[in-house]
Write a protein of this length. Sequence first.
Lengths: 634, 621
Amino acid sequence: MKKIALFIVLLLSFHSYSQEIKSYTWDEKPTFKEIPEEYKNQPAIVLLDKRWIHTRVGGYAYATFGMNHFAIKINKSEEINKYNKIKAQDNGYIRDVRDFHARVIKPNGEIKILPQDKIIETTEDKVKSIVFEGVEAGDILEYYFIIKENPASYGVEVFQKEIPVLFAEFTHSQEGVKFETFASPEFKISGLNNKTILTATNIPPYKEESDARNIKNLVKLIYMVSTPAMDTYNWSYFLPRIVAKPSFQYFKKNQAREFIQNLNIGTESTEEKLLKIDEYIKTNFDFVGKGEAAKKVTDLNGGKQKLTAGDVFDLYGFTLKELNIPYKIVVGMSRFIGEVDSEKFVVPLSHEFMYYIPETQKFLSPYDKYLSYGYPVYEVQGSKGRTYNPSNKENYELIFPIAPTEYTVNETQSTISLSDDLATATVEKKYSNTGYDGQLYRNGIKYIKENEDEKILVDFIKKRVFGDELDLKIGNYNFENEEFKYNYTNTPFTINVKAEAKESLTENAGNFVLVNLGKLIGKQSNLYQENERKWDVDLNYAKTYKHKIIFNIPNGYEVESFKDLVIDKKMNGDETKNCSFKSTAKVEGDQLIVEVLEIYKSINYPKETYQEYRNVVNASSDFSKASVVLRPKK
Amino acid sequence: MKKYFLVVLFSFQLFSQEKSKIVYSNETVVINSGKTLEIEIFNNERRAISKSKNTQEYTIRIPFDSFNEISNIKGSTFINKTNKRVDLSSSSIGTFNAEYENIYKSDNKFKYFVLPKVEDNSIIEFSYKNKLKQPRFLSTFQFQNPIKTETTKLQIRCQPNIEIGYKIFGNYQDKIVFTKATEANLDIYTWEAKDIPEFEGEEDMPSALYFKPHIIYYIKSYEKEGKKEELLGTPEKLYQWYYSLIKDINKTDQTDLKNKTLELIKDKSSDFEKAKVIYQWIQQNVHYVAFEDGMGGFVPREASDIYQKLYGDCKDMANLLNEMLKYAKLDSNLTWIGTRSKPYKYEEVPTPQVDNHMIATVIIEGKSYFLDATDKFCPFTFPSAMIQGKEALIGKSENEFKIVMVPEVEFSKNKINVFMKLNLENNHIVGIANTMVSGFKKSYLLNNLSAYNQKENEIWKNIITANNQKIQLEIQELQKNDYQDLPSIANFKLKLEDGLKDVNGKLLLKPILLPVLKENLIDIQKRKFSIENDFAYLYEIQYQYELPIDYKVEYLPENAKVENDLGSFDIQYKVQKNTITVIQKIESKKLLLESNDFVLWNSFIKALTKQYNQSIILSKK
């Protein structure tokens, strides 16, 4: 009896949610939250942003009803144009716009409802829209619409805007489906039966910052919809499927076995075996790109060819299995986008899949063409991931390692000589990179050589090696250590260039001649104007810069001062996590030798340390403007 | 710190161009004048696709609207390697509403399809019929495309009683061969070109229509049941049609509008003041919402309706403005105009292709003012930046119109004025910077402030930091002064760290802190197309340095002045007692830097940069 009663209650609740959303309406006389003092001068303020998704699947039902109710106060006339046009639209395919109402609430409380005949509809995709009429500064614009759509299996609802949002609400109710939400911490959750409400208040205006986790920090909500029997995205179900058996699309398992045999792997150490596998695959296999048709592979050992990304991933896994190399599947996510969920694969978010070799404690990254066996992709460093061990069929949390600052090093040596009239300069520069930069450059140059003409290559060298602030003509250039294999030994990828500076690097002050040697370290970013910081600074990777500038002092001149070129800035605190910039200069015979060491030891600098971080970054920019002062010999 | 690699690499991948080509691209226009004028355009094209990864080369988008119909779309892919042809299935052709960011309602649509099974080294072919319903909207034919074109041909086939007009624009005109023949009692006009290279745009270039070879063709007249019907061919005929579109508007009750106008002008004694208050009321209160929907894209909506709704597109705003100016008893008229993106004149192209915008022209004390209320912050009396130097067709009455040239706004009216009072403290430069921004520089500032409201302080500071990022500013006073005859004002406290070099007791001071135009050197070897500026402008900057008591001027750079048609600078140094005054005046005079201006421009910038590199030497007394 109890069961029947429960069933009836549930049935009624489903029915009522369905009816409730369809009959949703606004208050005849609206009341909104009071605008806090801090937002009163904002050009516009979102007073409420309510969204409700009701999904019914099963029986004869297969539909989603979406309700959007929005109200905004316009404080400045210039803002009207940004908010006066509304489209009754969602991500999915609209089957029907059930209800669409808009009104303007004047500062004196007068309410002007827009007539229904003002709604227009596009002919092909049947999207309805309306423009608010007679809007002036001080007005509140309010609308709501209810649409019927085909159910979507997931969605992303962004609530944060460039203006504050006083009240945000996301409601979901469902029948015959499981509805899960993954919301920013600003949301509070409450619910009853099959209806859940998430609310957030006083969401501040969104402001993008450089080197910050902008997307991750955006106030938003992700949802996933599935039928209750299927929880295919739960890690305990999802991860074993990845390794269950290879599902090669364009070659057969026996071809994969032949491929492994032909790699001639014998009694080498695990490390050596992995290098052999990774190098062959990374050197020879490119991904089938968009617009390209994948083809059956006849011989996997037949040199360069194109494979689907899925086949490449499975080939790695299959090879590890065949060679009995213990491995784990690892899932990560760019720390700039979000964080891997502890329970499941969240479909709208982009995840990174890799293999982890417990014995060597290194990663294989099949999907990242540039990256060799070793560290994981830089985006996941220091973040949480999920790992699955096929041998015991369990999954765990893991923290991705962070490559140290010595791993990624940009080292340059520039020798500069001025022409006799000091009007032009010859520069010979060696530009070397290791670590993530080295691997990216190696792959980037390879791509350009294979796909572009030399003009593009020269432009690339010019921009990368010298920056775009120096007007120069590239002469001879060559590359060292271009092959992929050099990634394993972290051997620098080097570009040697000889260039002629078309512009003068010199400035005059009476008898003094100033030579802007700082420019030779290339374009430097700066934070001169970014005084305040809302979020931590997050860098792609820890990195060291080492520059050496050898300046041939022109005949007839001597160095009067190099004070400008000597800079020392260092962040206080933990020596293992700080950053610093130090440059030194000395005269040796007829040469001035300038050396720079700039180090970023951490990938994360808390916002509390921002000013010190900023000082170091600005020091590099200051250096790029610095000059040596020469005077004619007496 | 370098952070640019990934972006650069990504852009390479994104824009990598393989060498596909158009083997032929033909358009045949068949015009038949019987009881009605029937126009059908047959397009067919063949392309050799070298790399299937360049999907945009075999993804076809055919735009259309309520004035034409697209039908008979056919296509196929021929794969060289397998010698197989695969036909495009009709189910893979979609029709979509075109969405544009700035257009609210539009009848623009497009047919969309991707040629099937394209592999490297495939040949694709497609064809379709375009039936034109409005004879005045005969189209443009482009001879140049984003990929190389081997052969391209436009052919018009029509009865001899149909008179065709045309005009060719852009580069490579010497490659376009025109023939006219008669065949089966039809006039056949043919324009054919071979080996036209791919078109690659450049940053800050004017509209591609200035460079891409193209022809605008139109029907001047035709015979209908033995009687000559004139359509286009002269500005007079174009105006006749334009007038027919506006003669029946504004028939609804305009009492509210009239009353509002009278209320606005009640305290205004001069026509100038009346026009100004009306123009600025519309700028502030009527919001731009674009409509391109059938004839709604050509006919202004009722002024009373726009007044009530407070939104409309350019012609709606122009119509409202015109009506209000008339209620104020001012001599105002609706005016058709092409923005700077249209490189045409009314005599050359007397068709609706010539223009794309509408404004109101008011004559006050014999002087014409071209008022474009779509720019919210355009100063009164200024034309908007995008119509400077363009022909305006002013409709006076049913049979009377006038074509006049809209002037370019003089550089001296678009001005940034900076006064800095500075002291030297330790090795730093500190002081105040007072700035005044006027003309288009002011409207640019106000439009930016309005568009990026969370970056307000940065935008204000950018008046200074655009030319020197290192200067630290503390805002003291801000005045937008929008809709007033006053410049916008921003006053700051200023600090430039390490602005002085101490060289063994001597101080080296680089006195020009705002090196305006320094970065504007043109890479002449690389640059193909001219460079367009939104407006010409002037900077007047004065630096007043107070010297430390125990220092004197040991070396002062010489004054320098250069002037040419493109720009000028004048830099002067003066010492009076303990104060050094440096005056820097920079003029950028041209809206369009043509490629034959580049050498002169670069020599000007180099001469200017040389001056920016000068330092003053101060030594102990």
